[in-house]
Ligand binder design. Structure first.
Ligand SMILES: [Zn+2]
Length: 165
């Protein structure tokens, strides 16, 4: 994705209050992110445990969503789980259930969308092999990099559609 500014990020959030968007902490390495390798910017709030954010460029502009991280308490340390965006398999809680409040009336009624995601939200880096998962690899390694990147974007679109529909 193209580099974006702090102002753009804070203005992009669609499912949280303006106050929350103003107060949230940016990623620690914000000024030094590998933008070229990112399909989306995702991070856990360094100042507020249990909160995470995902920002990406869509056809109609930059869209950011706020996520609640649900501790995967029921999952054993050795259990493997699959990220729904990049399909990387990870063990030991590396994949976490995150929920996003839906936008509009649905959100006001308390509706949210849950999705299993890499806890560090570095899916873009996993599919490009820039970061390795402990469990090693995804499902079908026969796909080309372009196909894997396209799949992340498709999965992300589906998720964002569910949140903003
Ligand atoms: Zn992932």
């Amino acid at each position: 994705m193209r580099p974006v500014t702090e102002h753009d990020i804070r203005a992009s959030f669609v499912n949280c209050s303006k106050g929350e968007a103003k107060r949230l902490s940016l990623p620690k390495d914000f000024t030094d992110l590998p933008w070229d390798d990112l399909d989306f910017l995702g991070w856990q709030d360094p100042g507020a445990p249990g909160r995470a954010y995902l920002v990406t460029m869509r056809d109609d502009g930059l869209v950011g969503i706020s996520l609640r991280v649900t501790a995967g308490a029921a999952r054993g340390f050795t259990s493997r789980s699959l990220c729904s965006l990049c399909l990387t398999t990870r063990t030991g809680g590396g994949v976490t259930l995150m929920t996003a409040r839906r936008t509009g009336e649905a959100g006001r009624q308390g509706n949210s969308v849950g999705q299993y995601l890499c806890g560090d939200l570095d899916c873009s880096l996993y599919v490009r092999g820039k970061k390795q998962s402990v469990a090693g690899g995804g499902l079908d390694e026969s796909l080309s990099l372009e196909e894997k990147v396209a799949r992340v974007q498709t999965n992300l679109d589906t998720f964002l559609d569910k949140v903003t529909r």
